[in-house]
Design a protein around this ligand. Sequence first.
Ligand code: FMN
Length: 730
Amino acid sequence: MSISIWRYSHLALAVSSFIFIFLASVTGIILAFQPISNNLQPYKVANFEEITLAEVLDGIKQNYDEVLDLQIDANGFVLIDAIDMEGEMVNGYINPSTGEYLSERIETSKFFQWVTNFHRSLFLKGIGRFFVGLCSFLLFLIAISGLILILKRQRGIKQFFSKIVNDNFNQYWHVVLGRLSLIPIIIITITGVYLSLEKFDLLPNEKTKHQIDFESLSEIPKLQIKDFELFKNTKLSDVKQVEFPFSNDVEDYYTIKLKDKEVVVNQFTGKVLSEINYPLVTLFSSLSFNLHTGSGSILWSIILAIACVNILFFIYSGFAMTLKRRASKLKNKYKKDACKYIILVGSENGSTLSFANALHRQLLNIGETSHITELNKYAIFEKAEHLIIITATYGQGEAPTNANKFLKRLETIKQVQPFTFSVVGFGSLAYPDFCQFAFDVDKALLNTNGNQLLEPFTIHDKSYDAFYQFTKQFGEKVGLQISISKNKLTAKPNQNKKLKVVSKTEVEANVDNTFLLTLKPKKIHKFTSGDLLAVYPKSDYRERLYSIGKVNGNIQLSIKYYKNGLGSNYLNDFKINEKFKARIIQNSAFHFPKKASRVILIANGTGIAPYLGMLHQNKRTETHLYFGLRTQASFSMYSNQINAFLQQKKLTKSNLVLSQEAKKQYVQDALSLDAAFVAQTLYNGGVVMICGSLAMQKGVLSVLESICVKYNNKPLSYYQNNQQLKMDCY
Ligand SMILES: Cc1cc2nc3c(=O)[nH]c(=O)nc-3n(C[C@H](O)[C@H](O)[C@H](O)COP(=O)(O)O)c2cc1C
């Protein structure tokens, strides 16, 4: 079944029952405190687990004139119903070791009684009980459909508990808490249903009936109670209740209710007269009661209370997510066949949709004809001149649900007139397949009669700034002035890592206006070389990303200074020991390979930053560096670190390639010269990493493509699919 069906089922179940579930959860939280407060009473003795029934009954016999009944509750408190030596009726707690009377029985407070009644039946008697039982069952189904959604999201049971990327508060905590409270919720619901079925007599009801041979009853040999074999061998902790004989008649006996069976014992000889194991229904009933109410266990009561709080959060976050998904509705002024611009959207949770909608509205505002629809509704658009595809990526580089049929439809539906296409990918660098679906869409469109207007444009983490850049580029191509308002599209960044400036080189000291900045995270944060540091120069939506090199636990950045550059000015202005907040973004697609026969690192300019960290961390992998700079003087800032890596054998060979001096080469020229070596590296399972400018990336990729085809008879994409090519270019 597809994810959308499970999601609709999950939602439909939640919508149909949420009021009852809300009420049951609120009352459930309150009721969880009842066993806790009971359990905290001082009526349990220290040796409760060791003391035997024989010792207890002997003590009682000596302290009370007549005993009717003895019960051990879920907290391990011993309750007695007896007449004391002064002839007074007593009904309360005793110390089982001494028989001493401690206190009267705790009566459930009126408040707890009221809440319990409401929780069980909403004060609606039978019908209320029925609804509560039904909702318990619906909550069970919600938990199961939620479990399936998590399994689908995590791609199987093995990754069930693997890390979840936090790119949306409600979604993140809905999944994280869902995983943690799944088992308690399933237990609460199953036991709730069981208890309801029991109340409606829908379970087989087998009464325990002892068969006693009264003819053969005998009063001899008469033994003291403390010498009864069964009583000596039974621990008090295994007993639930003891019913005492009514009279001294041999036909009256002790009935001992243990946890798993009921035993009848001759009051004179201690002989076992009958023994019946409880049916499973009875065992489940008491288990269900204890598990559902938390009776007898403070820990379990707390878990139940937390699970109920989580249910309230699931109701809130589930509806918040649904409302967000529905908020960005697709509204069209013009029919699909009347428009010059067609915006096709792929979005799971609605954020991509709000960006696409903003562009759509802007096109309409400036008097253009624009039609917006889901990628799955791809059709013939008779007057379309420009298709703009704006799509998120899900799963492992896959399509969002409303775009999963697009590639198939594209194969069969041909536009009737020439058109251009521009693809915008929304994604997150925290996933290895960054914006992969957008790339797949672009590739598929290249095989149609459409012309690519712009290269695929990727946007990390819903960046308004990046989207603005796209609309500007697009506007220039089609001759329109597009200006997207940032209202509603911008969320304040979550700048949660405090960093302290440890060292900084001077911009003026470097011929390329580049400086090295070393930052110390305030707390220990998990990050590694290749991850990204997002800084927010104006504390607003504007984000600047820098590749991190991890050196001695610090973050080392290499930054090119631009006179009007927002990010570089912001970072350059910091003084040593100054602190600021920024965000570390995991970029697992660009981590140094854990296992590789050989690694080739290719960089130009500041693209060296992550490699300085990777080489620092490198233990024994054979690594070759191709580093492109303008002049020998540009290298002075890095020479100490690189020479040290060579000496420590962390770097096998360094190829410095200068574009303005000596042979005037670019890195791709050096790679062409070492073509056989590069081909052999890929052939043997080695990894090639590229970091730096997009122009350099383009040149390098084209050289690598020819090398792979010429030497290895394989396209570069083969190695890319094999995770042997890692790139982080800007
Ligand atoms: C379960 C899940 C899987 C994701 N997988 C990827 C992925 O493989 N590649 C990627 O670039 N982004 C991935 N993302 C990030 C989303 O594409 C990104 O958050 C996007 O902005 C969501 O857009 P939407 O709100 O329109 O659905 C994933 C997000 C989630 C929640």
